[in-house]
Design a binder for this molecule. Structure first.
Ligand code: ADQ
Length: 457
């Protein structure tokens, strides 16, 4: 069998692979521990002016070879900031009103996908299996076919995929869906997302619905559990524990992104303090939300809004010896977070939409089986169908969040253990490793699909 070739927008810095932030990198880093030879291709993270095609920078670390190319500032803006993060991200998270479309950005997006295809084609060998990740690279498979690559190509989408009634609002909906015909297998996070994509294909009169399948992504729960036990004995957890004085701790960990429902979550917590005053001066809510995509206007506005909301809530409820919300916008190493999860009595994870949400699974894996905490989870997260023993809430309903938090904070040990055992079983049944293996096995046995060399336009 040939090599596995992974393609994603960003390729992690091999020196920082031990501490990746962001769901895609975390899942693939866990999956890659198998040790089979692999090439990982993508953007280097650098912006620079260049003429013609840049030569990929190639570095090998262990069994993985990393090949990266830079982008020009104009390509970065049009392809990454505007089309991927300003158009596809909001639309695919059902936020049509936040989408701001310009045809010039679509043209840049295609240009960069072609640049990726040419850069990668120079490194491909016959028999390689190519696995392309995420919404930045929908047309890449088609572009590789146009350059004559005949091997297997699979695609996995890490974010949700909306139904046709929303998808069709994207001006290049048709060429994007048509380009996806080049894939031998298309993986999505949930059955709902898979059905939505099949519906889009059908609406456009395209075939390929039988190549669409759900592959819910997971974590490495054994490793994460070990990390949590280790971190629990560390000085950061000790400091956090001392600071809450044996009172209950709620934790939330998310990239600072409007899809994560942070504003609604803070209002839900405020409602808890209003409607259940017995928790005042006792409970502490720690929200870790490292800034992401700070160069996109929508994210700057969100940050300002959250600062105001937290300031208002803390101003209204704080006592001289108690702060209701602690808020960190700088990254915390994942190894330390694991210990914080183990310490926390409740995890509050309420995205308005999420492809999966790995933090929910990490929280479960980090628990002490004899004293597990409770998980409050949005029913709109991709993880919700698997984690049905969590306290599922509608993230738009502040009263529902308050009720679920109260239930979690007052749940007896027996009920926490019962729910946790079922949740842990789910988290262990689909891991990052089994997700990657299942996808690649299905890709290997999919019917080859090397026809249709039509340019995307
Ligand atoms: P994300 O939107 O990045 O991922 P998520 O699934 O929660 O969301 O993954 C975040 C990862 O980054 C977790 O492993 C978490 O531990 C880590 N992380 C978060 N905050 C951190 C911090 N402060 N410091 C260090 N690490 C931190 C996208 C999709 C998700 C999908 C994943 C994987 O949006 O829906 O679950 O890809 O497919």
């Amino acid at each position: 069998m040939g090599r596995l070739v992974i393609v994603s927008n960003r390729v992690p810095d091999p020196h920082e692979l031990a501490q990746p932030a962001g769901g895609l990198t975390v899942a693939l880093a866990d999956a890659l521990r198998s040790g089979d030879p692999c090439l990982w291709f993508g953007w280097s993270g650098r912006q620079m002016e260049f003429e013609g095609d840049p030569t990929p920078n190639v570095e090998t670390h262990g069994s993985v070879t990393y090949a990266t190319i830079p982008l020009t500032p104009a390509q970065h803006r049009g392809y990454y900031q505007n089309f991927s993060n300003g158009i596809l991200w909001p639309l695919f998270h059902y936020r049509l009103g936040l989408m701001s479309y310009e045809r010039a950005d679509w043209i840049r997006y295609l240009e960069v996908n072609r640049l990726f295809a040419r850069g990668l084609a120079s490194l491909l060998e016959p028999g390689d299996t190519v696995w392309i990740h995420d919404y930045h690279l929908f047309p890449l498979g088609q572009e590789l076919r146009n350059l004559g690559f005949q091997g297997r190509i699979g695609f996995f989408l890490h974010i949700p995929l909306p139904p046709w009634s929303l998808f069709r609002a994207l001006p290049p909906a048709e060429p994007i869906l048509r380009s996806m015909q080049a894939y031998d297998l298309i993986g999505l996070q949930t059955e709902e997302d898979a059905n939505n994509l099949r519906g889009c294909f059908e609406a456009e009169g395209l075939s390929g619905a039988d190549r669409v399948r759900p592959f819910p992504i997971g974590i490495d729960p054994t490793q994460f559990g070990a990390d949590a036990r280790l971190a629990f004995a560390g000085k950061e957890v000790q400091r956090l524990r001392d600071s809450v004085h044996d009172e209950p701790l709620i934790i939330g960990v998310d990239r600072l992104d409007y899809s994560k429902g942070l504003q609604e979550r803070f209002l839900g917590y405020e409602r808890l303090l209003t409607r259940y005053p017995e928790h005042r001066r006792h409970v502490t809510y720690l929200q870790v939300a490292p800034v992401s995509r700070g160069e996109v206007e929508e994210y700057r506005l969100l940050r300002r809004q959250l600062d105001e909301t937290i300031g208002r809530i803390n101003g209204a409820f704080a006592e001289f010896d108690w702060t209701p919300i602690r808020y960190l916008t700088r990254p915390v190493p994942r190894s330390v977070l694991a210990g914080f999860y183990r310490l926390a009595d409740v995890a509050l994870i309420t995205p308005l939409r999420d492809g999966m949400n790995l933090v929910a699974k990490e929280y479960i894996a980090a628990q002490d089986p004899e004293h597990p905490g409770a998980l409050v989870l949005s029913h709109l997260a991709g993880a919700a169908p698997e984690l049905s023993e969590a306290l599922l809430v509608n993230p738009h309903d502040a009263d529902a969040i308050a009720d679920a938090l109260h239930e979690a904070l007052t749940m007896n040990l027996e009920e926490r253990k019962r729910r946790w055992a079922l949740l842990d079983n789910e988290v262990r049944s689909t891991t990052a490793g089994s997700w990657a293996r299942d996808f690649l096995t299905a890709l290997d046995s999919a019917d080859a699909n090397v026809d249709g060399q039509t340019p995307v336009s």
